[in-house]
Design a protein around this ligand. Structure first.
Ligand code: Q9C
Ligand code: ZN
Length: 677
């Protein structure tokens, strides 16, 4: 449905007129660099370009006092000495004769973006603005911010469109205390911010930036602060924050709109943030948000002071908003201790307010169900050739990563007429293909299983698979019998895939002839109970509720997927998989990221056409359908999940949630945790 890019050249006018080392980083070149980056990569041209208009004073009044608006209006006529004197009345602020004009354009850009998304003109978008907004308060400028662009946009969405639940994700490296104050008692706006904090020793030096600030009155639990107490946080830390804090709450909140306070001073190279996350990380963060609110994501620029890093991160975000597949995430997928401590503290502080957090801290029931019998998990890490979870990508993936990411191409291989499926436009249909000698050789060991029709279906799928591995097709669903899976896995491996993540649902056994050599991570989500044959062969029961299913995806499937860094993902819905369509869609949508869009979804021949259509859509970049009401996970499902996490986290570090070693099954929750109400 398209991506909007809202901008106005006039916003480069405001600039610092005197000497002030603290403020000089907020310069016009920031916007120029971001826009140039988008142009050079051909991304600007793919967006719907909207020219920003100036917000009205009435719109400013949604958040700011009349007196404050009048004060800022007056700066248009002040001389340099007066501007400088006024600026000193605020913390880290400068005024310029163009400030009022620019700041109104910045607000207007955010409002236009929200209008474009909520009227259905576009699916999502980015407003490139100066000055930024998230430090600005009802009657105060602060931290380069004059009017609170995102807060006004949220009020506007509530007022004009009657929205009841808006999520604000503030990934700028500074705490958006302005936004926090504006919505502190408002349960209709969930405000999440992570920020450099260093135990209160980093600007803006506020106690209320800490994890124990959760909001006030009716708004308790709708302010979520994740303070970073060390610099150097990287991709794994940001990912862990999303999987363990933001996304569980966001799914439970079920927003109708996602606003992103998109500051890129949280990226590598930024002089303010001193963090390590690479630009690719913002592609993944964006994609994770796109599964919420039917994909209605409005991003508004905040900080970001390293011009190159800013431009690259902005490109990553826009590329992902446009639906392109995400580039691989580099670096060891192991969150640092300090990050885990912060994550644990915010989870504890928020647990009284969110069902999805209460469950993981609940005591594990009857330890007898899942005893590890003193046996340790068979590992392959002694094997020197095994580089799983390491920071090296396979040569295969390196080769693909060198090519510019193509727009997602999605294809289906069907044994039923395509017309019966009403596939979304742009999805290719794999036509019948001549049977190759090669394929006959592949199936020879399983000959009895492949009748003529099954063989024809397999051949179509293998053509699709070749397309994926050549980078021509990024993602696709296919109809196939379970027996096909083994052949497909073998084919992937022989074509050079080094790491293959197989998520098998229902009655699908791991093909017996596969070596457990670390090249295949096999996760079976079944009706059976939790078990680990090795760190690469895992069985988990299919959770019975939406809450349980989300915990399973966020707490197990995605940490494994991101930790494994596969160059291909296979999602197979086998016999009796028991998954509802929206659940299958969410799982598939969220697995696009870890493999850079190289994902094949296999569904049973007799599946209803609706499922195939739904999967084709999410693989093609559409947002998955809403999951329906949030029902908490059953104790049994949580117990199984906790058992697996405890068992696997020594090998799969992204599974860690606590800073200290996790409790063994059956033990009491760690001290300091809030007991659920
Ligand atoms: N070295 C935004 O990113 N100076 N504002 C902090 C610490 C103020 C940042 C000094 C930084 C304001 C939108
Ligand atoms: Zn910032």
């Amino acid at each position: 449905m398209g991506t909007a890019l809202v901008y106005h050249e006039d916003m480069t006018a405001t600039r610092l007129l005197w000497d002030d080392p603290e403020c000089e980083i907020e310069c016009p070149e920031r916007l120029v660099a971001a826009l140039d980056g988008l142009r050079q990569q051909g991304l600007e041209q793919r967006c719907l370009r909207l020219s920003a208009y100036k917000a009205s004073e009435e719109e400013l009044g949604l958040v700011h006092s009349q007196e404050y608006v009048a004060l800022v209006r007056k700066t248009q006529t002040l001389d340099q000495g007066e501007l400088q004197a006024l600026s000193k009345q605020f913390d880290a602020v400068y005024f310029h004769p163009s400030t009022f004009h620019c700041a109104r354009l910045a607000v207007g850009a955010a409002l236009q973006l929200v209008d474009a998304v909520l009227t259905g003109t576009v699916q999502n978008g980015l407003a490139l603005v100066r000055p930024p907004g998230h430090h600005s308060q009802r009657a105060a400028a602060n931290g380069f911010c004059v009017f609170n662009n995102v807060a006004i946009a949220a009020k506007h969405a509530k007022q004009k469109y009657g929205l009841n639940r808006i999520l604000i994700v503030d990934w700028d490296v500074h705490h958006g205390q302005g936004t926090q104050y504006i919505f502190s008692d408002d349960p209709s706006v969930l405000y999440f911010s992570w920020h450099r904090y260093e135990h209160g020793c980093f600007w803006p030096f506020l106690q209320e930036s800490d994890a124990d600030a959760v909001g006030q009155g009716q708004g308790r639990g709708f302010t979520v602060n994740l303070p970073w107490n060390q610099v150097g946080m990287g991709n794994a830390d940001y990912l862990a924050a999303f999987l363990n804090v933001l996304l569980p709450l966001a799914f439970e909140f079920d927003p109708e709109l996602v606003l992103v306070s998109a500051g890129f001073d949280s990226a590598i190279g930024d002089p303010e943030g001193q963090m390590q996350a690479t630009p690719e990380c913002f592609a993944h963060l964006t994609q994770l948000l796109q599964v919420l609110a039917g994909g209605r994501v409005c991003a508004v620029l905040e900080g970001g002071y390293h011009l190159e890093s800013l431009a690259q991160s902005v490109c990553m975000m826009v590329q992902t908003l446009l639906g392109d597949s995400t580039p691989p995430l580099l670096g060891p997928m192991m969150p640092c201790q300090s990050a885990l401590e912060s994550i644990q503290r915010v989870r504890a502080a928020q647990a009284p307010h969110w069902t999805s957090l209460q469950q993981d801290v609940a005591p594990v029931l009857s330890p007898s169900t899942y005893s590890s019998e003193g046996r340790s998990l068979p590992l392959l890490s002694e094997d020197p050739t095994n580089e799983v979870a390491g920071d090296r990508l396979s040569p295969f993936l390196d080769r693909l990563a060198l090519c510019p990411t193509p727009p997602v191409h999605t294809a289906v291989a069907l044994t039923v007429p395509a017309a019966t499926l009403a596939l979304p436009p742009g999805v290719l249909h794999q036509e019948g293909s001549p049977l190759r000698e090669e394929t006959k050789a592949w199936v020879r060991p399983h000959e009895s299983l492949f009748q003529d029709k099954a063989l024809a279906a397999l051949e179509k799928i293998l053509y699709l698979l070749d397309g994926i591995l050549d980078g021509q097709v990024a993602a696709m669903p296919a109809l196939a019998a379970a027996a096909t899976l083994g052949v497909i896995i073998q084919r992937c491996l022989s074509l050079g895939a080094q790491r293959l993540f197989c998520v098998a649902l229902g009655q699908l056994d791991r093909p017996l002839d596969l070596a457990d050599d670390g090249r295949i991570l096999w996760l079976n989500i079944t009706g059976e109970e939790a078990a680990t044959q090795s760190m690469f062969h895992i069985t988990t029961p299919l959770p019975g509720t939406t809450g349980g299913f989300l915990s399973c995806i966020l707490g197990l499937v995605l940490p494994l997927a991101y930790g494994f860094q596969p160059d291909m993902v296979l999602v197979s819905l086998g016999p009796a998989h028991g998954l509802q369509d929206p659940h299958a869609a969410l799982l598939t949508a969220m697995l696009r990221g870890p493999a850079g869009g190289r994902i094949l979804a296999l569904v049973e021949e007799d599946s209803i056409p609706h499922l195939v259509r739904t999967l084709a859509r999410v693989l093609h970049g559409e947002a998955p359908p809403n999951l329906g009401p949030f029902l908490m996970a059953s104790p049994k499902d949580i117990q199984a999940l906790m058992y697996l996490k405890g068992k696997l986290e020594p090998q799969w570090k992204l599974l860690q949630v606590t800073g200290s070693p996790s409790p063994s099954p059956g033990s009491a929750p760690p001290p300091g945790l809030v007991t659920p109400q």
